[in-house]
Write a protein that binds this ligand. Structure first.
Ligand code: PLP
Length: 425
């Protein structure tokens, strides 16, 4: 395909007229399609329905300690759930505390607790003049919303194909004691689907923070969410921190939201004994215990990590063709046109698209005009400000394959039209 930049004004104008006609035709259909959030489709949700059939009789409601899961007890979670979620994130059961239904909730609480009570006995962040977080970007919008909500200053760190720019992270973390944390989605990152390289993980583990209460917020949300048999490999961060003499450096967050049911799964934190003690101190005031019936239901349904992997293969069967449909349409329609690049992840929930500079907002608005909802442009950056106005997150999971095909075609039409306008301006 000839790059659009090499086309004459007349050629671009002729293309534009033709594309506008196509656009008006799809617009007239009055569609309502959603490629904005990483939600499993109905078909994926059906996969775990048998979980709701577990625990039907009273004699099934005891966990392996003999405790009746219908009653209070076991603040850290039932042992078999700690084992299962530990295996999911490659740590032992004693390195895991089970929480409620959402890992984002635990991340929010962790920042909140650090603000009011400090980290492992250090000065509460709310008493400091300035608190900063590093935000590898593009990143997960809801992470950035948490730090924004607490008035924490966010510093954008560029992403590379191997993870965040570690030169910048090392420099900032070691020189500025106001930097208290960094948001990371280390495997199949949201939105690019990047997995941090071994070197990146090792450099994280060896950080020498100026602040003793600096922590890595390692959100391992997509740890077992592969699309292909050939998987990305991520080094286990807690072991690397231990080896580097930094045992308390990282909090690892996970959940079964996109394994079982989003909003009705189980969340957990893995960390060092000292950090977990800090979590428990707060948690013991906050609750008498989380939902053990749900924990038991999950263990009975998946049985062990092999059962979970087996289940994730079924998700992949549904998700993979959707990712490939988007990628193939992008390649066919704009491959080589020089008006956009995109990622082709081996797992996770998103494809990240980068338009020509200064086009993302207009593309998202254009697609919305024809009834396709995308994640707001800019959302993948702190404060919702993409300095290049080029990144758009594509979430292919929720629509049916037919809806997705249509939505992608509309997206591509929007990209072409906005890019041509930019080149003609
Ligand atoms: N972390 C990341 C990176 C996500 O993409 C999401 C959901 O999209 C979450 C966390 C939310 O997880 P939970 O449902 O456990 O709160």
């Amino acid at each position: 395909m000839t790059p659009y930049k090499e086309l004459s004004r007349e050629q671009l104008q002729a293309m534009k007229a033709d594309l506008e006609k196509q656009f008006e035709e799809v617009k007239a259909k009055g569609l309502n399609l959603d490629m904005s959030r990483g939600k499993p489709s109905k078909k994926q949700l059906e996969l775990a329905m048998d979980m709701l059939e577990e625990l039907k009789s009273t004699d099934k409601l005891k966990c392996e300690t003999g405790i009746d899961c219908r009653n209070y007890g076991l603040l850290d979670g039932i042992p078999e759930a700690r084992r299962l979620l530990g295996a999911m994130t490659e740590v032992s059961a004693d390195q895991i505390v089970i929480f409620g239904n959402s890992s984002l909730n635990v991340m929010f609480d962790t920042v909140s607790r650090s603000m009011t009570h400090g980290v492992c006995g250090s000065t509460p962040w709310c008493k400091l003049d300035k608190v900063k977080f590093l935000c590898p970007s593009p990143g997960y919008d809801r992470h950035f919303k948490i730090t924004e909500y607490f008035g924490i200053e966010m510093v954008t760190v560029p992403m590379t194909p191997a993870g965040p720019d570690m030169d910048m992270i090392e420099e900032l973390v070691s020189s500025d004691p106001a930097i208290k944390g960094v948001w990371c989605v280390p495997k199949y990152s949201n939105p690019q689907g990047i997995t941090y390289s071994e070197e990146t993980v090792k450099r994280f583990a060896r950080l020498k923070p100026a602040a003793e209460d600096f922590r890595i917020f390692w959100d391992n949300a997509y740890c077992i969410h592969h699309l292909y048999e050939e998987q990305d490999f991520l080094l286990e961060i807690l072991e690397e921190c231990e080896k580097a003499g930094n045992p308390d450096l990282a909090y690892k967050f996970i959940s079964t939201s996109k394994v079982s049911f989003p909003g009705s799964g189980i969340a957990a934190v893995a960390s060092s004994p000292r950090n977990l003690a800090d979590f428990r101190k707060h948690m013991a005031i906050q609750t008498i215990g989380h939902d053990k019936i749900n924990q038991l239901r999950h263990v009975r349904f998946f049985k062990d990590i092999e059962g979970m992997h087996e289940h994730m293969r079924k998700h992949a069967e549904i998700l993979r063709p959707k990712f490939e449909a988007v990628e193939n349409t992008l390649e066919k329609e704009i491959g080589g046109a020089g008006i956009g690049t995109w990622t082709t992840p081996k797992g996770g929930y998103f494809i990240s698209f980068d338009s020509m500079e200064g086009c993302a907002k207009d593309i998202v608005a254009k697609a919305a005009e024809a009834g396709v909802k995308m994640t707001e442009a800019g959302a993948t950056f702190p404060y919702g400000i993409d300095p290049y106005d080029s990144n758009i997150r594509i979430a292919p999971s929720f629509p049916t394959p037919e809806e997705l095909q249509l939505a992608t075609e509309i997206f591509v039409l929007s990209v072409k039209l906005v890019s041509i306008d930019k080149l003609l301006a």
